[in-house]
Ligand binder design. Structure first.
Ligand SMILES: C[S@@+](CC[C@H](N)C(=O)[O-])C[C@H]1O[C@@H](n2cnc3c(N)ncnc32)[C@H](O)[C@@H]1O
Length: 235
């Protein structure tokens, strides 16, 4: 379990420990740089172990003919590294993901968020995937950093109203166009919209890509990272 470390009421980090840990209110724990560093390293170690397990499972699923909807369909490590870097570069605190899957991508986001004092809200509609993700977050010790909501991410985005630092879309491609407006509305100015599979599923995402890249509220491009990531800034 993680314990929130605060400085003048602001979360500055998390320390592994106390069963009573909570971030419901500011706690005046010592803002000990070493404790923060230890906590970040502990989370990095735990999340990396769980990532390796999920990578092995995802690879096996792809080989053994597991039905598409039952597969984990996780992003690759390069995209994970990209997401973590974006969290750190923007000091993101409010991170929203649509399409939790097994929780693999959220682990990468959480590695960044434990350093920025951020929190991830991730939406998943499939109860079986949500159960796997819950176990992922429990095993990795990041339940306090991730808020898993078993509901439609398109509707869930409406709850953020200009507050989100990063919105990451990784659900069914047919829904991306429907997610675009709520995602833009969820972002603060300067916040980032990231969407997966823009190159691997280019044909399915033509409308989304054109709408996103011509939206006057956004500026951005598709970068050749992983399966192709749309990266756009909310103006
Ligand atoms: C590609 S997988 C997500 C993989 C995950 N981001 C990762 O890298 O580990 C897509 C997931 O989106 C979920 N999903 C589909 N439609 C959704 C929606 N409207 N809201 C939230 N989740 C949705 C699916 O059940 C599936 O688990």
């Amino acid at each position: 379990m993680l314990e929130c470390i605060t400085l003048a009421g602001d979360t500055i980090g998390w320390s592994a420990g106390g069963a009573a840990a909570s971030h419901r209110g500011p706690r005046q724990a010592q803002p000990d740089g070493e404790a923060v560093e230890d906590a970040v390293q502990a989370i990095s170690r735990q999340t990396s172990e769980v990532m390796r397990d999920l990578e092995a499972r995802d690879a096996a699923d792809r080989l053994d003919g597991t039905f598409h909807s039952a597969r984990l369909r996780a992003i690759g490590p390069q995209t994970g590294e990209f997401l973590r870097t974006l969290v750190l570069a923007t000091a993101a605190k409010v991170i929203v993901e649509v399409g939790t899957g097994s929780g693999y991508s959220a682990l990468w986001l959480a590695q960044g968020a434990t350093q920025t004092g951020g929190r991830i809200t991730t939406f998943e509609t499939d109860p079986a995937k949500a159960a796997i993700a819950r176990e992922t977050f429990r095993t990795a010790g990041i339940e306090d950093v991730v808020d898993l909501r078993e509901s439609d991410g398109g509707a869930g985005l409406a709850g953020f109203d200009g507050q989100a630092d990063i919105v990451f879309l990784d659900a069914e491609k047919a829904d991306y166009t429907r997610f675009l407006d709520p995602a833009v509305r969820a972002l603060r100015r300067g916040g980032l919209l990231v969407a997966d599979n823009l190159i691997s599923h280019a044909a399915d995402l033509v409308e989304f890509r054109e709408r996103a890249l011509s939206d006057p509220r956004l500026t951005g491009l598709v970068v050749p990272v992983g399966q192709g990531e749309l990266l756009a800034v909310r103006l």
